[in-house]
Every structure is written in C-alpha cells, then in structure tokens.
Design a protein around this ligand. Structure first.
Ligand SMILES: Nc1ncnc2c1ncn2[C@@H]1O[C@H](COP(=O)(O)OP(=O)(O)OP(=O)(O)O)[C@@H](O)[C@H]1O
Ligand SMILES: [Mg+2]
Length: 263
C-alpha cells in the first residue's frame, strides 16, 4: 500500500486495531489524508517518505503481532489437548530405562528427525514422548500431539484439506501416540504415507509410540505384518517413511502397573 492512497484510520490503526502503539503520522500528513487531498510527489516528497515509513512499520508490527498470537494459540492448543496424565512429564521424572543412554532427553538436540518408541504395554513410552513435547512446547516449538486414534477419526471426517491436516503436516514436531489402536484401512494408510512424506520434505520432526515386542526385528514385524499374521498391517511403505532419518528407542523396563488386590 502507498501512503498516498491510505485512509487516515487505516494508517493509524493498521495491525493494531485495539491499541495502536506506533507513532502517529505528523499533523500535516494527517490533515492531507483526512481531507483526502492528493499529495504532490514533487513538493511533498519528505511527507510521502515519512508516511511510507510509518505504513511499513505498521505492517511489520502487524505481522509480528499476528505471528506472536499464532505461536501463543498453538501452545495453548497443545496444552489443552494434552492428557492430564502427561502434564508433568519431564526428563527428570523418567526412570533410567525410559531414557536409555539419554536417547530420549538428547533427541531434541540431536540430528535425528524421527524417533520411534517401541516396547510392551505400560512401559512408559507415551510419558517419555510427552517429556520431549512438553520441553519443546516450553521452548516455543510448535508441537501437535495426537493419538493415532484421534487423528484417524478426525481425518476420516475432515479429509486432507481441513485444519487438522494442515496442522499435522506443518507443525515443527508431531507426536503420533499409541499407533496401532486405530483401524488400519487403505484410506488411513494413504493418509499416513502422505503425512510422512510431506513432513519429510519439510524436514519436520516426528515421534511415534507403539506397543510391540521389545526388539527391533519384532517391532518392525509387528508394524509391517498384515493383521492375519499378528501385525498391525501398516505395510513397508508407511513404516519405512516413519523410520526415515530416525531412530528406535526400545522400552523394555517393568510395566507401570498398580495392581490393587484389596479395598
Ligand atoms: N517415570 C514415571 N514415574 C511414574 N509414573 C510413570 C512414569 N512413567 C510412566 N508412568 C505412568 O505409568 C503409566 C503408563 O505409562 P505410559 O502411558 O507412558 O506407558 P505406555 O508404554 O505408553 O503405555 P500404553 O501401552 O498404555 O501405551 C501411566 O499411568 C504413567 O503416568
Ligand atoms: Mg502409550
């Protein structure tokens, strides 16, 4: 926009509708704009320059304000969606076998693009994943944390051009929690493949948790094999894309179980 065509109101409030904080245009310029008298490029050069600078500053400020608001909204959305159980998850609370050789606590700072947390049920995989997500969110990283089931259900109704699709393909860090609890259909396999591909192309990070046997080969087979052979049925293309540029963390400690035998 050029200052010569900017109405006064817009010039003063652009980007800050509630509380304009930037400098008001000089009285002479305000007068000219209010009267809508055209400024003369020959005689009003300085005025036009000043007005253009003010407009540029207003536009910069509007962009920064919008970016800050987007960041804050994403963080709030993460905190709202996060299960209560994982609100306190942090590296310090993880047991040694949930953070073998610091693989979990070092992952954010490492070059590994993806992390696949595998192992038997209740060994603390989701908690370890949320320890990373909580840390990343505190650092201002855009985190989206979804259970595979919720994502499957949401994409089934929204398809691949809704807000959920754009969030999970664009965010800096995606947690896909508890893979294997949703129904693995052809449409879901295609969605997963596409999400992984887009994120790979954008170099975005990914954490996946899934219940499997506690060894690399057993975990891989469980993910890939068809359902009638005891697997989840994701097939090679999906699993290879999840693993691309990533690493495996095996959770094989004792399960967290509180078996109550009396009350
Ligand atoms: N370090 C820890 N200290 C105390 N409780 C923990 C710890 N890690 C996990 N838990 C608790 O143990 C339970 C199981 O943990 P979590 O859900 O992370 O395991 P999981 O391997 O993801 O299990 P699932 O098979 O259900 O997906 C949860 O109630 C969790 O709060
Ligand atoms: Mg879990």
């Amino acid at each position: 926009m050029d200052v010569r065509s900017a109405p006064l109101l817009q010039l003063v409030t652009a980007g800050q509708p509630k509380k304009p904080t930037f400098t008001r245009p000089p009285a002479q310029l305000r007068g000219a704009l209010a009267r809508r008298t055209p400024l003369d490029p020959k005689t009003d050069k300085a005025l036009i320059r000043k007005g253009d600078a003010l407009l540029a500053a207003a536009e910069d400020e509007a962009r920064e304000t919008a970016a800050a608001a987007r960041k804050a909204n994403r963080s709030v959305a993460y905190l709202r969606r996060r299960p209560l159980d994982h609100a306190e998850a942090c590296y310090e609370r993880l047991r040694a076998y949930q953070n073998p050789r610091g693989l979990v606590s070092r992952w954010l700072g490492s070059g590994r693009r993806a992390a696949l947390f595998v192992g038997p049920s209740r060994t603390g995989k989701s908690t370890a994943a949320y320890a990373i997500c909580n840390e990343a969110n505190d650092d201002g990283v855009w985190v989206e944390a979804w259970t595979a089931f919720d994502l499957w259900r949401t994409l089934r109704s929204e398809g691949d051009d809704g807000p959920c699709w754009s969030r999970v393909t664009s965010c800096d860090l995606l947690l896909l929690d508890d893979l294997g609890r949703e129904r693995v259909t052809d449409a879901w396999r295609e969605h997963l493949t596409e999400i992984m591909e887009v994120r790979w192309a954008r170099r975005r990070r990914l954490i996946v948790t899934v219940n499997t046997p506690p060894d690399p080969e057993g975990a891989y087979r469980r993910l890939v094999d068809p359902v009638d052979q005891g697997g989840y049925g994701y097939g090679d293309p999906v699993v290879e894309r999840i693993l691309a540029g990533g690493g495996l963390v095996i959770f094989d400690g004792p399960p967290f179980r509180d078996l109550v035998a009396d009350w």
